[in-house]
Design a binder for this molecule. Structure first.
Ligand code: AMP
Ligand code: MG
Length: 453
């Protein structure tokens, strides 16, 4: 069904709600927590709020959706993206998914505080799902309230837009609206809950399908539905792979291995630590999704995690992200195995993740060092030595690489002390810099190919 909005305030908005039209829904219409079997989603209305106020919207994301400035500034926009109103053609629903959380199968999770409003087909025929986060409880809310606070909503809004400008595959954010209501949260998990302003973010992606959407169906032995969902995904989001068949399922999985490796490489490039790489937070499109406790490395500490609940095991720390990506892909391989029924091609794709990641890492590090291309004979040692140097004295990763970029071939001939001085500005504890360290850093710099041009 396609609907055009006959509203002067907007450009025509075309909804094409393929997910709900093609996949089976939960027959229960009431909004209470339950196990939802034999279905991919439950229809559910956002909860109305008392005093919605627009905090911000992203002009760039609005452009992707062909939403006019006038519409974005209207009260109708605020009402819709607070969950108080719907445009004709919207058909709200919450998805059913499961997931492995911190290495353990957690059963059904689902959109507990996310409600999808509908899929827009923009003027370039690109498909965008609109999803409210924090718009009230759904059948998947379990013990929680379905709400979000302004603090975490600002973090999500800013991070997803920043990630876009850092060139990283991610979901986008359209808007952030405060609800006029208070939400109680224990910010530091220390037994001191406080009331905070409630907010709703609208996020936007071609698809919000996660590894967990497939895992839950296999865990329940719902193989026919698994095949429907996989076929739907391939036809909708991977049409270049061709009509679904066993070889296409394998090609599909290989592509997810590639896009997941590419996404995590981008995270490593900028020092992004997701913090909760559970399989319910892994996008089937290789998009960064679900911005919770995420953070960026300051000092180059490979074991760093922003997630205080993971501080003990550090499963999701910076340096473990590539490995966890592969572990999560293994869970997805297990989930689609009933459709493929061959272990080797899935294993091959999983192993190719390692080689892809390694070559991607080398190319990415070479680019960060300003090298035209990666030459194993010289650059393996160069990169290895740098990673060691970065950990000798507490060094800000981003400042180090920014300052490195200011050193050019024109600065030659250099004195080692002058060369390393710019980089030492990235050290948090200059008093700890020894002569040995300075020499090691200068030797490393002088080994860079451009140093001899
Ligand atoms: P996360 O770790 O944020 O990805 O969330 C894991 C699961 O908990 C997902 O099923 C979420 O929908 C659900 N969840 C997280 N916070 C809430 C909340 N405030 N209300 C309802 N469900 C939530
Ligand atoms: Mg999540």
């Amino acid at each position: 069904m396609s609907t055009q909005l006959p509203n002067q305030l907007t450009n025509p908005i075309v909804f094409d709600n393929r997910f709900v039209e093609e996949l089976p829904s939960d027959p229960q219409a009431d909004n209470y927590c339950r196990q939802v079997k034999g279905a991919c989603y439950s229809r559910v209305q956002p909860t109305k709020v008392s005093k919605p106020q627009l905090v911000a919207y992203s002009r760039e994301t609005a452009d992707l959706l062909d939403l006019s400035e006038e519409f974005c500034r209207s009260f109708l926009f605020t009402e819709i993206f607070a969950g108080n109103n719907l445009l004709p053609g919207m058909d709200p629903f919450a998805m059913c998914y499961g997931g492995h959380q911190f290495g353990n199968w957690a059963g059904q999770l689902g959109d507990g505080r996310a409600i999808n409003l509908g899929e827009i087909l923009n003027k370039d025929n690109r498909r965008w799902m609109l999803q409210l986060k924090g718009a009230g409880p759904t059948p998947y809310s379990r013990q929680a309230d379905g709400l979000a606070v302004l603090r975490s909503s600002i973090r999500e809004f800013l991070c997803s837009e920043a990630m876009h400008h850092l060139g990283i595959p991610k979901t986008r954010a359209l808007s952030i609206v405060t609800t006029g209501e208070l939400v109680t949260r224990d910010m530091f998990y220390d037994g001191h809950p406080k009331d905070e302003p409630g907010a709703v973010v609208c996020r936007v992606a071609p698809s919000f399908l996660r590894f967990g959407n497939y895992e839950i169906l296999t865990a329940r032995g719902e193989t026919a539905l698994l095949q429907r969902l996989v076929d739907y995904t391939i036809r909708t989001d991977f049409p270049h792979l061709g009509e679904p068949s066993v070889p296409v399922y394998i090609a599909w999985f290989s592509e997810i291995c590639r896009t997941t490796a590419a996404m995590i490489l981008h995270w490593m490039r900028v020092g992004f630590v997701h913090g909760v790489m559970n399989t319910d937070n892994m996008s089937i499109l290789g998009l960064t999704i679900d911005y919770g406790p995420y953070g960026w490395l300051e000092g180059y500490e490979t074991q760093w995690t922003p997630n205080t609940t993971d501080a003990h095991r550090r499963r999701y720390c910076f340096s473990n992200q590539p490995h966890i990506g592969q572990w999560n892909l293994l869970q997805l391989a297990n989930a689609i195995y009933p459709l493929v029924r061959q272990i080797e091609p899935l294993q091959e794709a999983l192993s190719s993740y390692n080689s892809l990641f390694l070559s991607g890492w080398n190319d990415m590090m070479a680019a960060k060092l300003g090298l035209k291309s990666f030459e194993a004979a010289t650059d393996d040692a160069l990169i290895g030595e740098l990673v060691e140097i970065l950990q000798l004295v507490e060094t800000d990763m981003t400042i180090f690489f920014r300052n490195l970029a200011t050193i050019s071939a024109d600065t030659t001939p250099h004195k080692p002390e002058e060369l390393s001085a710019a980089l030492c500005q990235a050290n948090y504890t200059p008093q700890e810099i020894s002569d040995d360290y300075r020499h090691r850093l200068s030797d490393w710099l002088l080994a860079l190919p451009f140093a001899h041009k």
